[in-house]
Design a protein around this ligand. Structure first.
Ligand SMILES: C[S@@+](CC[C@H](N)C(=O)[O-])C[C@H]1O[C@@H](n2cnc3c(N)ncnc32)[C@H](O)[C@@H]1O
Length: 214
């Protein structure tokens, strides 16, 4: 399948954003760490890092799964991927197990069988039905999921949503879909819970992939 217009628009955006990306994410580091905590990782687990960007979550995940664990990560932007690849090469040289793929969420096929999957600030992926279908087709029942990102403020703070929209527009193709950004993921999960972050302009949620049986 050729890349969609949305894929191409996002790739164009990250061509420019990639160089400064790591610096811009410092304020959300505590949310990244909370999200990884929600995955309840154990030594030996296999973890999927969805739209891994430059690979900022690699080390915190690997520290939890240890050298017998596995990290699978994918990213569609060649500019973000290049940085992730550099990071991964250094880690692989130290004996960590990483399968890194330059691919879109709509197309990616991974070999491993994840115990957990991280959706950290990947709004465009979690709002794209083909991407969600492709990923959940490959996630076994019971896979632990953690998801975090931006959302619109609650209705009583609605005027502030102009700010939220403007803040997200440069990065997200689907910035207008910030009301319930988890709504395509939630039906795939059991025991889904979410909490607001950043005064209501963000969210963090978790659950487990539903079984196929009754
Ligand atoms: C805000 S960044 C988050 C990166 C990383 N998850 C993190 O926490 O630092 C969003 C990432 O999703 C990637 N992305 C957007 N749409 C994608 C798609 N359809 N398939 C794969 N990656 C995608 C972007 O290229 C970008 O690197």
């Amino acid at each position: 399948m050729p890349p969609t217009r949305d894929n191409l628009r996002s790739i164009r955006k990250y061509r420019h954003a990639a160089a400064a990306y790591d610096r811009t994410t410092r304020p959300t580091w505590p949310i990244r760490m909370r999200c990884i905590e929600l995955l309840k990782l154990d030594a030996g687990d296999c973890v999927l890092d969805v739209g891994c960007g430059t690979g900022l979550s690699f080390e915190p995940i690997l520290e939890k799964v240890g050298r017998n664990g596995n990290l699978i990560a994918f990213e569609q932007s060649p500019h973000m991927f290049r940085q992730a690849e550099l990071r991964a090469k250094g880690l692989i040289a130290q004996g960590w197990n990483i399968e890194l793929l330059c691919a879109s969420a709509e197309e990616v096929r991974f070999k491993g069988r994840p115990d957990a999957a991280l959706f950290h600030y990947v709004h465009d992926i979690s709002r794209t039905p083909q991407a969600v279908d492709n990923l959940f087709e490959q996630l076994p029942p019971g896979t632990r999921i953690a998801i975090a990102g931006m959302k619109f403020f609650p209705w009583w703070l609605a005027p502030l949503n102009l700010l939220a929209w403007l803040k997200n527009r440069p990065y997200n193709v689907r910035a207008h879909e910030l009301h319930k950004p988890w709504s395509l993921i939630e039906p795939r999960l059991q025991n889904f819970n979410w909490k607001p972050t950043q005064g209501g302009m963000g969210y963090i949620g978790s659950g487990r992939v539903r079984g196929t049986g009754p």
